[in-house]
Design a protein around this ligand. Structure first.
Ligand SMILES: CC(C)(COP(=O)(O)OP(=O)(O)OC[C@H]1O[C@@H](n2cnc3c(N)ncnc32)[C@H](O)[C@@H]1OP(=O)(O)O)[C@@H](O)C(=O)NCCC(=O)NCCS
Length: 236
């Protein structure tokens, strides 16, 4: 298995993996209660959000099978991905259109599409009221506002069939290595399952947001590399 930067043509595979891997995540269960009734619409919404991230400049890293993998029937297949962002925007992702005008056009078109999707109820797997409440809770509790600079793991997902083989760790370690180069911490808003993975890699909890009267929560987690030039907030 190897990692490479994601490209535009990877996005449909990324959407398949993300929507499948997060199908039973507690926040998805809450936000998209109608996903079993409208699975295609659910996957389509995931693809839309993936495109928005991609053109907003988040760095996409994909994991691809090769002949070093045991028991993998299909070589060259995307089996996991991560989206990373960094507050310093240290380098421009290769996938962005070369002109900022072209990229601005993509972003404007996606913004319009977002408005259209919301008003015409295109995303039928979602509960719009819950979605609005969710965003309100998030905006009232910004996770990492007191940290000036960091790398953030925005999304991490591995195709269910390929989980527990170290792929999630490889995708996570990619960003941890990058952040180390710049002496910056790595932050993540962790799902319940993600918390185990991050704790295993030395992340510590530095906050938590409860949703719907604590029915479920997201843990804010942070990891400071040995090269870090920012004080460890979890030791204050
Ligand atoms: C979280 C996720 C990316 C892990 O991917 P993965 O390839 O299975 O991860 P790894 O094989 O590298 O696992 C490393 C460690 O993470 C922990 N871990 C991974 N999956 C776990 C699970 N389902 N339950 C508990 N711990 C888990 C374990 O400590 C594991 O080490 P072990 O296998 O030696 O016990 C994957 O389960 C996934 O896509 N989940 C759905 C999406 C999600 O929740 N993403 C996190 C967003 S914050």
């Amino acid at each position: 298995m190897y990692l490479r930067e994601g490209r535009l043509e990877d996005l449909p595979y990324v959407a398949d993996i993300g929507s499948e891997a997060l199908w039973n995540d507690e926040i998805v269960r809450y936000l998209a209660p109608n996903r079993s009734k409208h699975p295609l619409s659910h996957r389509d919404n995931y693809l839309f959000r993936t495109k928005k991230r991609f053109f907003a400049g988040d760095r996409l890293i994909v994991a691809i099978t090769d002949d070093n993998d045991k028991d993998v029937a299909e070589q060259g297949r995307i089996v996991g991905f991560a989206f990373w962002s960094d507050t310093l925007a240290t380098s421009r992702p290769q996938h962005l259109p070369s002109s900022s005008l072209g990229n601005g056009f993509e972003q404007a078109a996606l913004k319009l599409e977002g408005i259209y999707r919301w008003y015409f109820n295109i995303d039928r797997s979602y509960d719009k009221l819950r979605f609005a409440k969710f965003w309100e809770t998030l905006s009232q509790n910004p996770f990492f506002e007191d940290m000036a600079q960091y790398w953030e793991l925005e999304v991490l997902a591995v195709a269910p069939k390929y989980q527990r083989q170290g792929i999630g760790s490889r995708l996570l370690e990619w960003g941890m290595n990058q952040a180390s180069l710049f002496g910056l911490p790595v932050v993540v808003a962790a799902t319940f399952i993600g918390e185990h993975l991050y704790a295993k890699h030395g992340f510590k909890e530095c906050g938590r947001i409860d949703f719907e009267g604590s029915q479920f929560s997201w843990a804010a987690m942070v990891w400071y590399p040995p090269t870090c030039r920012i004080a460890d907030a979890t030791e204050r």
